[in-house]
Design a protein around this ligand. Structure first.
Ligand code: HSE
Length: 314
């Protein structure tokens, strides 16, 4: 086999939780993403090279950077005689709730695997990327890593061993993502969640989760809309997002099927029937943030079905 020296991979932005499946459901979007270039170096270590794009400040220590933790583990597990230099181009902002840490972790692992003379299974790539994601958020949850790696809407049945179900998404679904100029730290947003919930809340959220999944399998947009509601986590995190309830209500008035917090926030997502509705909803959401004095930017795009991919390798 030709010795490969360099590979670049792209990891798309993702919406963790998808409103109804805290830590177990997430989907990828065709909006933005991170691009990571990995080069082979002689020493079996990991060096962080250039950091560019929408973020320039990231931990420079490989054991603390979400993109490089998985690579350290790969070197150790396979007793590699060489290491990696990693350049990270961030398309996803830090603390945006758009799966930026997962995108970097997944892209880095996909690029590094392309330099190793061995086929990696999806489950192995998932495990290494998950190790990186855990450094950023303080907990290993796969609802960003799985859709980023595999694409589509993913239901994570088990992290170890990886058991991920790819749930079909009706073809007309268009996703709106709006990122306000607020920063939310995932660790802090997780601390806001109570340890216990009352039974009616659990029953209500279970109903929403099952209705949503059934709606996706049936292609029933009405059922999806009726079910895409988070009564479990959203009420505890909404106070972190100035204007959230107005944004959500404007999104629904403008025709969204459902609207909730993307991951741990502050970004807010909506599912819409078609791009035309999506654009109207995006505009209404950005305006609602503006009315609260919060600047925001948005993307309207289909659900990404491809997941992370190699851009090139040499
Ligand atoms: N499931 C995680 C959380 C996703 O909500 O904390 C973080 O993007």
């Amino acid at each position: 086999m030709t010795r490969r020296e360099r590979a670049t991979a792209f990891g798309p932005a993702t919406v963790g939780n998808a409103a109804v499946g805290f830590d177990i459901l997430g989907f990828a979007t065709d909006s933005v993403g991170d691009r990571v270039t990995v080069r082979r170096i002689d020493d079996p270590t990991v060096e962080i090279g250039e950091i560019s794009g929408v973020v320039d400040e990231l931990p420079r220590e490989a054991s603390k950077n979400t993109a490089t933790v998985g690579l350290l583990k790969i070197i150790e597990d396979f007793e590699l005689s060489f290491g990696f230099r990693v350049d990270i181009e961030k398309g996803i902002d830090l603390g945006s709730g758009m799966g930026g840490s997962a995108a970097s972790a997944v892209a880095a692992v996909v690029a590094a695997a392309a330099l190793i003379d061995r086929e990696f299974t999806a489950s192995e790539l998932f495990g290494y990327a998950l190790a990186g994601e855990a450094v950023a958020s303080g907990a290993a949850h796969g609802d960003n890593v799985a859709p980023c790696l595999l694409g589509g809407l993913t239901l994570i049945r088990s992290l170890v061993p990886m058991e991920v179900i790819q749930v079909p998404v009706p073809s007309s679904i268009c996703c709106v993502l709006v990122k306000p100029e607020i920063r939310v730290d995932t660790r802090e947003a997780r601390e806001l969640i109570p340890e216990a919930f009352d039974l009616p809340t659990i029953v209500g959220q279970t109903t929403n989760l099952s209705g949503f999944i059934a709606g996706c399998y049936r292609g029933d947009l009405e059922l999806i809309g009726a079910s895409l509601k988070d009564i479990l986590i959203e009420p505890h995190r909404a106070p972190l997002i100035k204007g959230f309830s107005q944004v959500r209500s404007e999104a629904l008035s403008a025709g969204a099927l459902g609207c909730s917090i993307s991951g741990s926030g502050p970004s807010v997502f909506a599912w819409c029937d078609g791009e035309e509705d999506g654009r109207k909803v995006e505009e209404a959401m950005i305006q609602a943030f503006a009315d609260e004095g919060v600047g925001a930017r948005g993307w309207t795009a289909p659900v990404n079905q491809r997941g992370a991919y190699l851009v090139d390798r040499k």
